[in-house]
Ligand binder design. Structure first.
Ligand code: DC
Length: 230
């Protein structure tokens, strides 16, 4: 039997701010399995580019440095994910606003996507895991029956992001600015030539507009259990 068939792999794709990471983490906790935030790996690659002095949009430059990017994922005793870049735990540096667009830009390049997708598949082969990102259902775990596309209106996603930033000590950006940034990142992620963000044919679409975290988590758990019955 293929190793992958022995593990529960739940794949969630969707645009920025749709609630994927919050919900994926809650599902993983409820099911007692791992959560892999693949966006953090693209963010680590963007940090690697920044440290190498390479523009994340520069295809030739990224092709030169991608092999030297030593990115690894580890889990601590509480199950939390840590991303290591050349052995350094960079987890705390990855959520910055500048790395958001940087991650989206490094994700344009096939050598970057191939390298990170392989690391992600390896996690799926080794563990029961909920993975979220932009090409998990379509590229990383195309054989899993557990495929979800989580989305929400761009206005709602911007409002959530704004709320998060305000809670974390405030922001000098306006809600409109945040909405424009999210829309630009959506466009970059959905219109890239190689492995763009799209809805897999057999994915269940979950629109979280107007729903709170508990309601979405419960809905997802119902859908997962339904699929497990088949
Ligand atoms: O999920 P996030 O916002 O942390 O992701 C940051 C960016 O990384 C996202 O805009 C596009 C890129 N990304 C990707 O291309 N593929 C993934 N599987 C995950 C993230």
């Amino acid at each position: 039997m293929d190793n992958r068939e022995q593990h529960l792999n739940i794949a969630i794709d969707g645009p920025a701010g749709a609630g994927k990471s919050t919900i994926a983490r809650a599902i993983a906790e409820t099911l007692g399995i791992r959560y892999l935030d693949t966006g953090a790996m693209y963010r680590a690659m963007a940090l690697h580019a920044e440290r190498c002095g390479v523009d994340p949009g520069d295809a030739a430059g990224m092709a030169r440095i991608v092999n030297g990017a030593d990115i690894a994922v580890r889990y601590d005793g509480s199950g939390a994910q840590h991303v290591l870049l050349s052995g350094e735990d960079v987890t705390g540096l990855l959520r910055s606003g500048s790395l958001s667009m940087g991650a989206s830009m490094v994700g344009l390049h096939p050598p970057v996507r191939q390298k990170l997708a392989e690391l992600q598949r390896q996690v799926g082969r080794e563990y029961d895991v909920v993975m979220d990102g932009r090409d998990i259902t379509t590229n990383v775990l195309p054989d899993t029956p557990y495929k979800f596309y989580m989305t929400a209106s761009v206005q709602e996603r911007a409002k959530r992001r704004y709320g998060e930033l305000m809670q974390r000590g405030g922001t000098d950006k306006t809600l409109e600015q945040i909405e424009r940034e999210i829309a630009a990142r959506d466009k970059n992620d959905m219109e890239r030539a190689y492995m763009p963000l799209r809805i897999a044919e057999d994915a269940v679409v979950v629109d979280t507009t107007g729903m709170d975290i508990a309601a979405v988590t419960e809905r997802m758990l119902c859908l997962i259990h339904e699929k497990a019955q088949r």
